[in-house]
Design a protein around this ligand. Structure first.
Ligand SMILES: Cc1ncc(C[n+]2csc(CCOP(=O)(O)OP(=O)(O)O)c2C)c(N)n1
Ligand SMILES: [Mg+2]
Length: 554
């Protein structure tokens, strides 16, 4: 018999196993998929997934890295919590790079991790997949983790983990459960979403922030990943203040790139050098403070969900703790009483952007491919970045029109994240096309997941820029290490034949025009995955636009 999962809050208790309680709780929280790879310790969890398969789809992958990155991609594309399940020891460690990336990106990903028999945990007996101090390792990777020790804890523990993932600064959580505990039964009440009390908006601080911004002569806004759900508010503030909005990587798409006030890194640095008040939303400001510098003439107003973030590097003039959206809604309401009419900065910004576009022509080979992608990818299509030459240029120059449509992996920059993350994004957002770009190096990390894409018919388009090398590393060895090339050349499969052998669509495109034509066909085909191989040579270095000198406090 299938236990009924309630739609909203807790219902009357019924007999179920710990595994069933966890699955029913995921469903009660609105999850509709779980990314997973099975194995002995989790057989009973999978049996529960079988029973609930009409309400929660199990997407199994070929490697735990793929499962965890898919959950991450689904979380980033939707903004909603996602889950993955793996066996302990090697299964858990295989997923760890993705879990670490989820932590760095504040992405709500729940890891369900198996365990050896409860009574033997910590005894080092040599059980299958036993690992010393698994919970200690997990604890270092996420802010919230727990072990389900008995079935009646299972639902509440799951709901608590899901609450922790969205409360304050969002992020991943992990739950362990031992092989023998998954199958134990009890009378269980399935727990619905627990309340998340955000911090009360500090009205006095809102007023101080509004006064500062209203009086600013050269205000500027900087968005990080924490601003993705506050696009409307930031667009309104930008218009009221005529303040340029800088988004780099995780903050891109908050203000539409077509708005002349929307800027990326190089223009942003110039503006940082001139600004008197900066409103920083959901960003660590590491580049600004560590590379670009600061001085006493600059007042920074920070909005962050995590109070400890405010003064890690410098004490802000005003600190607003809370989710960006409700906090900025208050600021939008308060600002008009302190802000006068401002001269439009449209022409000035267009002139600045044109000047930088000229300098960015140094990256013309990369930008020509990006232009081809932008021309074919619809406005709400999702672009997934990688640690590759065209990716570095995309972070600076790919126009992004909407929030959550430019997925870039933040400070971990883990090579190989892109393809599997994009699969998760495409699975969770079946309604829009997703394009992943990768290098030949990065693609091969998870290329086996083409089998997953075929099985689950995931219509992702992946562009593999093939230069036969860890090109980034090779260029550094050429330029800084006297051309002593070591560990940077790659032997590759024929990517077209390789993708075709899975049954995927595959073509080779040698020029931006050919790429554009190929994309038009693959984006129209929603039946399954496609790979476009683009053979390329060495590409010009982007670093002068990314690692720039100090501009303040010299
Ligand atoms: C997990 C991980 N390992 C190693 C690196 C270091 N790294 C950065 S770029 C790169 C090479 C990328 O090669 P490829 O994917 O072919 O892209 P290309 O630079 O050739 O365009 C490496 C090894 C990394 N960022 N992440
Ligand atoms: Mg390469």
């Amino acid at each position: 018999m299938t236990p009924k999962a309630p739609r909203k809050a807790a219902t009357a208790p019924s007999a179920m196993t710990a595994a069933e309680a966890v699955v029913a709780t995921l469903i009660a929280h609105g999850l509709d998929s779980i990314y997973a790879l099975p194995g002995l310790q989790n057989d009973l969890l999978f049996d529960a997934l079988f029973r609930f398969s009409d309400r929660l789809r199990t997407v199994h992958t070929r490697h735990e890295q793929g499962a965890a990155y898919m959950a991450l991609g689904a979380a980033l594309a939707t903004g909603k919590p996602q889950a993955y399940a793996v066996v302990p020891g090697p299964g858990f460690l295989n997923s760890a790079a993705a879990l670490l990336t989820a932590y760095s990106m504040n992405a709500p990903v729940l890891a369900l991790i198996g365990q050896i028999p409860q009574a033997d945990i910590g005894r080092n007996l040599g059980h299958l997949h036993e690992i010393r101090d698994q919970d200690g390792i997990i604890e270092r990777l996420v802010d919230h983790s727990a072990r389900i020790r008995r079935p009646r804890e299972a639902s509440r523990a799951t709901a608590s983990a899901l609450r922790a993932m969205r409360m304050g600064r969002p992020g991943p959580a992990a739950l362990e459960c031992a092989i023998d505990v998954w199958g134990q039964s009890a009378q269980i009440t399935v727990q619905g979403p627990l309340p998340t009390d955000g911090p009360k908006v500090d009205s006095a601080a809102i007023r101080r922030a509004a006064k500062r911004l209203g009086a600013a002569k050269r205000p500027m806004i900087i968005c990080g990943g924490g601003a993705q759900d506050a696009a409307e508010e930031i667009t309104a503030l930008s218009a009221m203040l005529q303040a340029p909005v800088l988004g780099y990587r995780r903050g891109r798409g908050v203000l539409d790139s077509r708005d002349p006030l929307s800027v990326t890194l190089p223009v942003g640095r110039e503006l940082w050098g001139e600004a008197d008040v900066v409103l920083a939303v959901g960003t660590r400001l590491l580049i600004q403070f560590r590379q670009w510098g600061t001085d006493r003439d600059l007042a920074v107003i920070r909005v962050d969900a995590h109070p400890e973030e405010h003064d890690r590097l410098h004490r802000p003039a005003v600190a607003l703790t809370g989710d960006a959206r409700p906090t900025l809604q208050r600021l939008v309401a308060e600002l008009p009483s302190h802000n006068g009419r401002r001269a439009p900065r449209r022409d000035e910004m267009q002139e600045r952007q044109a000047r930088w576009r000229k300098r960015l022509e140094k990256l013309a080979p990369q930008i020509a491919f990006l232009d081809a992608i932008r021309a074919e990818l619809p406005e709400d299509g999702i672009f997934v970045d990688e640690v590759t030459q065209v990716g570095f240029a995309a972070r600076l120059a790919f126009p992004v029109y909407k929030p959550r449509t430019f997925l870039s992996p933040g400070y971990q920059d883990p090579l190989g994240w892109g393809f599997a993350t994009a699969l998760g994004a495409q699975y969770a957002r079946f309604d829009v096309p997703v394009v992943a770009i990768t290098g030949d190096g990065g693609f091969m990390y998870t290329a086996g997941e083409l089998a997953t894409a075929m099985l689950h018919r995931i219509p992702l388009t992946t562009i593999v820029f093939n230069d036969g090398a860890f090109g980034n590393v090779r260029r550094i060895q050429q330029e800084r290490y006297g051309n002593r090339l070591i560990g940077s050349e790659l032997a590759n499969p024929d990517f077209v034949a390789f993708a075709k052998s899975f049954g995927a669509g595959a073509v080779r495109a040698s020029t931006p025009e050919e790429l554009r034509r190929a994309l038009r066909r693959t984006l129209a085909d929603r039946s399954g995955p496609s790979v476009i191989e683009v053979p390329v040579g060495a590409m010009p270095s982007p670093w002068e636009f990314i690692f720039m000198d100090k501009i303040r406090g010299k």
